[in-house]
Ligand binder design. Sequence first.
Ligand SMILES: [Zn+2]
Length: 244
Amino acid sequence: MLRRSFIKKTTAGSLALASFPLIPISQEKEYSIVELMGKTDIKLYGEGINLREEAHNAFVEMKRAAYSAGFDMKIVSSFRDYYRQEAIWERKYIRYTEEDGMKPIDAIDKIIEYSTIPGTSRHHWGTDIDIIDGYPKSSGDVLVPEKFEEGGPFAPFKKWLDANSEKFGFHLVYTDSVIRRGFKYEPWHYSYAPISKPMLTQFRSKNIFRLIQNETFEGSEHFTTGFLKSYIQDNILGVNPDLL
Ligand SMILES: [Zn+2]
């Protein structure tokens, strides 16, 4: 890609050649560690949407198209900061270890079926959403895989998303692919790829292992080297290949 544009520019004249090295290698935005870990406020757009501007605009377009197709696309969860994720983590950890009497390691394994270690949630990025259809009446928890499957209240909505979400830049993150490891299948969790892809790339380029190791919250003292390595490989990187 770069080489092709280089050749095109050089044939256009020596002036273009002279300016070529000034074209930045990457014009992508740089994200700071605190931003990647949800530890700083970012500018969010849309009441009840709370996404980065470009993701917000794409979401509004997608919601409009879904509405035309007969769905009331509703966000259950979007941006969530580090401290909110820490509260979710600690509440689960305390419940599993103290009320249910689980061993710390088992409690941690159970938490990471669906919840992330604070600082590693894609919801920290302002690009990811958990969505449902607001029209069907359903009782109890809404983010349950069966509700998105054949016969479930959100099955038609999920079919529409399968056929249309990517046109708006939103990709399913935790797919039901048998070769994917890490978090369980989440038919409700979508990510705005044009921003979240570069964010994941930049997050990977940091020392994620050390970053997590430096954190202290309930249960973090039980993170072993092996656990953290597989968490990074399977959970952080165990996503839809479209997002890598
Ligand atoms: Zn989610």
